[in-house]
Write a new protein. Sequence first.
Length: 258
Amino acid sequence: MKKADYHIHSDFSPDSTLTMDQACERAISLGLEELCFTDHFEIAEDIRIDYTKYRQAVFRARERYGKQLSLKIGLEVGFDKNSQHQIQEYLEDKDFDFVIGSLHRAEGLDLFNGEFFRGKELKVAFSDYFKVIHESIPSFDFSVLGHITLIKRFFLLLKVNPSDIDWSYYDEGIQAILQDLIARGKGIELNLRNPLLDLDFRVLRFYKELGGEIITLGTDSHHTTSMHAMEEGFQALRKVGFRYYCVFDHLKPLFVSI
């Protein structure tokens, strides 16, 4: 079975120190056969990618590791409704294989420092989170929605125990997101940066039941120690009933048997 990690950040992202060479060497040691670099593009944070340098770096890595590893050029773009035209203009003349659309800021507030959640009841905050994701989907064209379960990274910050949360409360919002993605021909990512929990399986089951087919796996790595063989992800897909996952070539999904 071909194993491909479709969420890797190199040192083209300001929050990563992982060089492309390090990522490739680690991937080969893990038995991976394909990597897609998905460095950050965040207009709200003034984080932009020099496409020419980025492409050249991937091509240099291909020259070194191409016999052992397939390398694709991707991007993780932060949803930003106020800058959707700028984002689309940037993307339209670039030859990317894959684009992740991700929510890192909501209502102008940073998710990671807790601004978005401050002063809100947890149910309201999480409901608003899913609502903002749904509203952001039309912002620009992308391949898959990144880490829909990003909120699980904030449990410690919010001082909550995930086992105490009734995830069924958010079913309507989650299903609305997935239905919209499917209708638009977009996929989802199973993000493997953190251990999977009930919410991840809930999303996968809904996506399968609603007829979703396009799904990628990614470790969302920013350093070599967080890269892994992703077996947990493949097991999760099989458990839910998926028999394929996707890799991409020039923005076209290719289905790989698991």
